[in-house]
Structure formats: C-alpha cells, structure tokens
Write a protein that binds this ligand. Structure first.
Ligand SMILES: [Zn+2]
Length: 133
C-alpha cells in the first residue's frame, strides 16, 4: 500500500452501493484483520441502510469515513416529489430551499449520530464535502 500513494482505503466487508435488499451483514472479523494490517484511514462505502449500531461498531474498529450517497440522493428526490406535489406553480427559490433542507437534514442525522462532539462543534450548516460515492 505504501508504494501506491493512496491516502485512504475503501474496503469491502459486506457493504454495497445502493439500497440493500435485506439487512446488510458486515464482516467485523475481516474489518478487524484489515484494521490491524493497514495504517491508512479505512472507508466504508454503501453506508445507506447499514444499522446505526453497526456503523458505530465499524467506526470504533477503525472506519474513518462512511459514504451515504444513496441516503442523500433519496432525501433530494423525496423533497423534489413532495414539493412538486404540493406546489404546482411554485417559485424556484423555495423549491431549491426545500431540496437543500431535505439534504441537510439527511446529512445532519449522520453528523449528529456518528461524529465525535469535539469534531462536530464549529461545523457550519453550509459546508459541503467533496466526496463522491
Ligand atoms: Zn461509494
């Protein structure tokens, strides 16, 4: 891994992109083995739908970043449908505001549940991450 120049490592331990058909079952033994052998920050893609307790457990074992793009996109699409249902001739400004509020709410749930309080203080509502999914 040193020769690759990567600065984080996304791992596959039972996680997957998109919506899970059943409850995802993370392989914590495998995570423990990877965390022991890898000094790099570990990334978990497919965080949407993984139970909160499992995410907390994975973080405690070395996961430094959890990707939840599906959850964010779902919040956006839900707000889009709800707004257009309720506002047939709406102005674009409140429309954008409703979408932003929905996405911010979905993101805030993760920040509040999975970020150490010391890291969360000082976070601004309008800051956007640049991570893909
Ligand atoms: Zn991803």
């Amino acid at each position: 891994m040193e020769t690759t120049g990567i600065d984080s490592l996304a791992i596959s331990i039972g996680n997957a992109h998109g919506f899970y058909k059943g409850a995802p079952k993370l392989q914590f033994e495998l995570l423990a083995e990877i965390a022991q052998r890898c000094a790099l920050p570990l990334v978990l893609h497919g965080g949407t739908g993984i139970p909160d307790a499992d995410i907390r457990h994975a973080i405690s074992m070395g996961i430094a970043k959890v990707n939840v793009g599906t959850e964010i996109r779902k919040a956006y699409v839900n707000a889009l449908y709800q707004y257009t249902r309720e506002n047939e001739k709406g102005d674009v400004r409140p429309f954008i505001k409703a979408l932003r509020a929905s996405v911010a709410g979905a993101a805030a749930r993760y920040l509040e549940n999975f970020t150490a309080p010391s890291l969360c203080s000082g976070a601004k509502e309008d800051e956007h991450g640049k991570s893909g999914s």
